[in-house]
Unconditional design. Structure first.
Length: 368
């Protein structure tokens, strides 16, 4: 049986790449072939990506280009080596016209495929709009990325999601949206794919860590002077060196020793060997917990429910820094024995979901 998946793999983000890889590897346990539909959102490549970074000011382009060149190398090489993508690229709605639905089943997810803020509205293909009615459709740990949808989005989204055979979402806030705003009450919450795979799985791919001594790893997606000052004081209080995971070359001017756009799997070893991961990122938080490294989480101004829902799930809400004066968080340690028990229980739940999906798809396939 063949499964095709649509997700946000074209976004140059470490968590996005690793969730796509984890999705692929887990689905391969249930299907003979897994392939990603090579959909690229307009602001993830070429001029669209450049406009996003320069915010329309072309004078900024020379400062952004080195990052984009490095991204093309690091992310492009990872996708070519590790992700099974369709040879055809899908760049707009027209490209999905007359789509040849040759797979036995279609998935959307994981990651923020349904975040209408991030996606600048409803993007129908991310809701499997192009898949014929007679083909099984499933959501795999899909995320809305926020706690509430806009009223003018509800009718269209409900129309697409009503065609799904089963829906699983990544956050409790997603379940609430489905039930209270879309009147869909048969969905379940499952772990992000990066968490369904355990630490031993990820260590098989992690290169040897080159950093000597104890360190704090900074993985900060939203630029903030307060965040940087907090990191400096945290280093002073703990005595740990600061290393900054720079997802962009221009971040090297900020505090901490710069790790400039590392390879994708370097992310795992850097998190795994840190004493603390200071972050405002969902996937940096998720990997920290999975690798049993204590994070300190600063909630971003937007889309923070992704992190808060996860910390609540694994009973680690104490690792949220309440404000930039909260250094007591250093001593609010995690009971990783308890965390690992919770994650193992949740993994079984996700695997049961996939087992049910595989049984249903096989039944439909046999009936044809």
């Amino acid at each position: 049986m063949k499964a095709e998946v649509i997700t946000l793999h074209s976004v140059c983000n470490y968590g996005t790449q690793l969730q796509a890889f984890a999705t692929q590897e887990k689905l391969k346990e249930y299907f003979d072939e897994v392939e990603f539909i090579n959909y690229k959102r307009s602001n993830t490549y070429g001029i669209g990506l450049l406009k996003t970074f320069t915010k329309g000011n072309i004078l900024k382009a020379p400062f952004i280009l080195p990052t984009l060149i490095r991204w093309k190398y690091v992310f492009g090489r990872f996708q070519k080596k590790y992700l099974n993508l369709t040879s055809k690229e899908y760049l707009n709605m027209e490209d999905f016209r007359n789509f040849e639905a040759s797979a036995d089943v279609y998935f959307s997810g994981s990651d923020q495929v349904w975040n209408t803020g991030w996606n600048k509205g409803v993007i129908p293909p991310l809701y499997l709009s192009f898949v014929p009615d007679d083909k099984p459709k499933y959501a795999y740990a899909s995320s809305f990325g926020k706690s509430k949808l806009e009223e003018d989005e509800l009718e269209e989204i409900k129309k697409y999601l009503s065609r799904y055979n089963r829906i699983s979402v990544r956050e409790d806030s997603g379940l609430k949206i489905l039930k209270e705003q879309l009147n869909i009450d048969n969905a379940i919450r499952i772990l992000d794919p990066t968490l369904i795979e355990n630490a031993d799985f990820w260590r098989k791919y992690a290169p040897k860590n080159k950093i000597k001594g104890d360190y704090i790893l900074i993985y900060n997606l939203n630029r903030s002077k307060e965040f940087d000052e907090y990191a400096k004081k945290l280093s002073e209080k703990t005595g740990y060196k600061l290393y900054r995971f720079c997802t962009r070359i221009d971040q090297m001017v900020r505090n901490g020793k710069s790790l400039i756009v590392p390879e994708i799997f370097d992310f795992i070893s850097l998190v795994d060997n840190a004493k603390i991961v200071l972050t405002d990122s969902f996937h940096a938080t998720a990997f920290s917990i999975n690798m049993n490294t204590e994070p300190i989480c600063i909630y971003p101004n937007e889309y923070s429910t992704r992190i808060s829902d996860f910390l609540k799930l694994v009973d680690c809400t104490d690792r949220h820094a309440k404000d930039y004066n909260d250094f007591d968080v250093i001593d609010r340690h995690i009971d990783f024995d308890n965390v690992n028990k919770i994650l193992n229980k949740e993994r079984k739940k996700a695997e049961k979901y996939l087992e049910q999906v595989a049984i249903e798809v096989k039944k439909v396939s046999n009936e044809k």
